[in-house]
Design a protein around this ligand. Structure first.
Ligand SMILES: O=C(O)CCC(=O)C(=O)O
Ligand SMILES: [Fe+2]
Length: 238
């Protein structure tokens, strides 16, 4: 990984060129297909959505932009190739307008394209970086973020610390649109622009102590309201 590290943020690694553009477009295409299937399933479902309690450290809860303590979600089952059933938790609105999120826990629930096209390479990379062994069995978690156009902006993700269940190491795969990522501890705020194709790895102090967010960006001219303008994939392992 031709990576950049940050002297004052232990555990944070950035590779701005992890994916080539063709890989990014393919990952976006597959993710949007999955989004359509999630929406179609939730649209058909009867009854109210369940409420999830998402634990966050007190300093995140009290931040100006905070995650609400209870979000509504649906447990969704999808059928992949070879009739393989997978499950996820789907939040049509996660904290803020314009942000939908699907959470896939454990290897058996990963979508086909993630298990096939993404996980082997990422496992190789974290092994090469010395986080794990190449033959080590890892339990993977995937968060798929869908950000929509709202009032001329592409939605962002307010300050948070990834929940412990996301894994000891979490990685943001920025496959669609360049964004400004910020990572902060007390009054120290560091701006990290993420180009398309970037992989940002959070481990140790950067993952557990620092909080991070993605700022909303200006939406391109001419799009339709509520269209998905950015997808990000966040992989974690335990
Ligand atoms: O969309 C992004 O780039 C960040 C997502 C994120 O921080 C998360 O899913 O925990
Ligand atoms: Fe995060």
């Amino acid at each position: 990984m031709p990576r950049r590290t940050f002297d004052h943020i232990p555990g944070l690694f950035l590779d701005t060129d992890y994916f080539v553009p063709e890989q990014c477009s393919e990952l976006v295409r597959q993710s949007l297909q999955l989004y359509e299937r999630l929406e179609a399933t939730v649209g058909r479902a009867e009854g109210p959505l369940e409420k999830a309690h998402i634990p966050q450290p007190a300093y995140v809860r009290s931040a100006e932009h905070n995650l609400k303590s209870a979000e509504h979600f649906a447990r969704v089952a999808l059928v992949e190739e070879k009739q393989r059933a997978i499950r996820c938790e789907y939040f049509p609105r996660y904290g803020e307008d314009g942000h939908a999120l699907a959470y896939f826990q454990r290897n058996a629930n990963l979508p086909d394209f993630v298990a096939r096209d993404l996980v082997p390479g990422v496992h190789g990379m974290v092994a090469a970086e010395g986080f794990v062994g190449l033959d080590q069995e890892l339990t993977w978690k995937l968060t798929m973020n869908f950000y929509k156009r709202v009032n001329g902006k592409v939605a962002g993700f307010p300050f948070h610390v990834d929940i412990p269940a996301n894994g000891v190491v979490t990685m943001i795969l920025n496959v669609q649109r360049e964004v400004l990522f910020q990572i902060a501890k007390e009054e120290v705020v560091t701006d990290i622009p993420l180009p398309v194709g970037a992989l940002l790895l959070l481990s140790g102090e950067s993952r557990y102590v620092w909080k991070h967010r993605v700022l909303p960006t200006d939406a391109p001219a001419g799009g339709t309201a509520n269209a998905i303008e950015r997808v990000s994939l966040v992989l974690g392992f335990q």
